[in-house]
Design a protein around this ligand. Structure first.
Ligand SMILES: Nc1ncnc2c1ncn2[C@@H]1O[C@H](COP(=O)(O)OP(=O)(O)OP(=O)(O)O)[C@@H](O)[C@H]1O
Ligand SMILES: [Mg+2]
Length: 271
């Protein structure tokens, strides 16, 4: 036996109020510091899987363990100390009078030494420095999403679940988010993201778990899964455009990755 995984799904089945299964025999282990993306069509079970991370949902069958603890053996309150979860629609999560208070809620709740300082840092890390006194509900959709990420991570949880974090984010903020997730990872924070944003995932290079009808159909590196034709067909997404362009031009076949790679490939082939 190795040490406990940060997150472990062991033959998890889940059905909402006795309906058809939204998760069907899902098993995976995520190590501390790993970045994992869940991809798949609408309704494939990504959000349902994320809701299992903090015990909001508990498996109908099978086991979810967080830092070695079975979510059925502990309370959602206890789990929330370790898991920051950001939902698909941020408005449902925002309740405080100001952005600073929103981000300070977790640090206060979990009795950090300096809750306001933790909150300020979280806001700044999401490009919301200067928004401290702004009422959350008067912020734009993209800003609210980033505020909900700040508020879900301001107390330094070991595990972060992000549901569609790039929706509504401009380029600067997408890149900021990318850097932040990598920084968390370097500090041992485990991040699980549900996303349809193939271009973003290509740059983030997470481990990718592809889901279809509640089951895992592929699990591997971003390159393996996002370029795997069978997974792509099952998933209904397109491979990153950069890769398509490079392949159509027959440069760097299967190897192209960054814009710089493609440009140097074009230069070398004299196009
Ligand atoms: N609260 C709910 N009550 C009943 N069924 C639900 C509920 N939430 C989701 N489902 C069902 O569970 C299945 C998985 O939904 P889920 O939200 O996990 O998909 P998803 O992969 O996150 O999709 P999307 O890409 O649209 O966000 C779907 O069939 C959906 O209809
Ligand atoms: Mg979803």
């Amino acid at each position: 036996m190795g040490s406990a995984a940060a997150v472990e799904f062991d033959h998890v089945w889940y059905s909402y109020s006795g309906g058809k299964y939204a998760l069907r025999d899902v098993s995976f282990r995520v190590a501390a510091g790993e970045i994992v993306a869940l991809v798949g069509r609408n309704g494939s079970g990504k959000t349902t899987a994320l809701r299992h991370l903090n015990g909001l949902l508990k498996p109908t069958r099978g086991t979810v363990s967080i830092l070695g603890v079975d979510t059925k053996e502990t309370s959602a309150g206890r789990l929330s100390r370790h898991v920051g979860l950001v939902f698909q629609s941020p408005r449902t999560q925002l309740f405080a009078q100001t952005a600073l208070e929103e981000a300070a809620f977790g640090p206060r709740n979990f009795r950090l030494k300096d809750p306001l300082e933790a909150a300020r840092r979280a806001l700044a890390s999401l490009g919301l420095g200067g928004f401290e006194r702004v009422p959350p509900l008067s912020m734009s959709g993209g800003q609210q999403k980033r505020l909900s990420i700040a508020a879900a991570t301001s107390w330094y949880p070991e595990i972060v679940g992000l549901d569609e974090p790039t929706v509504g984010q401009d380029l600067v903020n997408r890149m900021r988010l990318l850097g932040l997730i990598k920084l968390w990872s370097s500090r041992g924070v485990t991040t699980i993201i549900a996303s349809h944003d193939v271009e973003f995932l290509w740059l983030l290079e997470p481990r990718v778990i592809a889901m279809s009808n509640g089951s895992i159909v592929a699990d591997g590196s971003a390159r393996e899964v996002l370029l795997n034709q069978t997974a792509v067909d099952a998933m209904g997404f397109r491979p990153p455009q950069l890769v398509e362009i490079a392949e159509k031009l027959r440069i760097l076949s299967g190897k192209s990755k960054t814009v710089a790679d493609v440009v140097s490939g074009l230069t070398r082939t004299g196009r």
